[in-house]
Design a protein around this ligand. Structure first.
Ligand SMILES: C[S@@+](CC[C@H](N)C(=O)[O-])C[C@H]1O[C@@H](n2cnc3c(N)ncnc32)[C@H](O)[C@@H]1O
Length: 245
């Protein structure tokens, strides 16, 4: 993963690998948003090592990205994505769909054990991604969203409203800018107090990034202060596994 270009930090990359290996559910790993393949390489390496079957990825690899023009490459990221998979030796562990997530969702029938959302960062885009695939989560599955602590409206709002605010989900937290929650439709309310406590800290960030605006001046300072108060340290792997078991 280190050798692959992309936006994940080391602790986020390690956390993704932990979730891919240890999410306590049967089903596939689905990645929405691959860019040049940094997260894909991590997920696929774990899938290969533990015989978890191919990682399904979906990304139009159009460039620049319509939804995220600052992040997209000048041209398509497709060639770089394929080159990353080849260099890491994980080509056979990836089933790549060159499409938008909504197009893949149309014919989707497979149970999901890990849903990794890092595609369209607008509110509509992230909300659609969770709405389109939530019905396919297996009890025990993990949903993770990237860029919850960055200045995009979608990830922070959907994490706060759809995951932390819902009794369909149990344990939840952040590692770096990755917000995650475990799908626990039958007993998620047992974690309600913890989720709502975390939500109070996370929800304070939403007005600062509304409509994809970057906070400026004094607002930026306040945003950074509130953001620093949201717990987002890397979890101890054994403790994390116990929390979701
Ligand atoms: C932040 S990048 C992904 C980074 C990648 N996960 C990594 O580890 O480097 C966002 C990607 O999402 C893709 N994207 C944007 N809208 C999408 C959508 N509706 N469905 C799938 N992918 C989308 C863009 O083409 C872009 O490559």
């Amino acid at each position: 993963m280190r050798a692959t270009p992309g936006m994940l930090t080391e602790r986020e990359a390690r956390f993704l690998a932990l979730v891919a290996a240890c999410a306590p559910a049967q089903g596939v790993i689905l990645e929405i948003g691959s860019f040049k393949g940094k997260s894909t390489v991590g997920l696929a390496s774990v899938a290969m090592r533990y015989g978890l079957g191919p990682v399904i990825t979906v990304d139009p690899h159009s460039g620049p990205s319509v939804t995220d023009p600052d992040v997209g490459p000048r041209g398509s990221s497709w060639d770089d994505f394929r080159a990353s998979l080849r260099a890491a030796g994980v080509e056979t562990a990836v089933d790549a769909h060159r499409a938008y997530s909504r197009d893949l969702a149309g014919g989707w029938t497979r149970p999901i054990r890990f849903l990794w959302i890092d595609g369209d960062h607008t509110y509509r885009g992230v909300k659609d991604d969770i709405d389109l695939f939530r019905g396919h989560l297996v009890p025990g599955a993990i949903v993770a969203l990237h860029d919850v602590l960055h200045s995009f409206e979608g990830p922070v709002r959907v994490f706060s409203e759809e995951l932390l605010g819902s009794d369909l989900f149990g344990a939840a937290g952040l590692c770096g800018s990755i917000g995650w929650a475990q799908y626990r439709p039958s007993d998620g309310k047992r974690w309600r107090n913890d989720r709502l406590h975390l939500r109070r800290g996370v929800a304070r960030l939403i007005p600062f990034v509304k409509d994809g605006r970057e906070p400026k001046g004094f607002a930026k300072l306040r945003y950074k202060l509130w953001r620093g108060l949201v717990p987002h340290a890397a979890p101890d792997p054994a403790a994390w596994v116990r929390a979701v078991s």
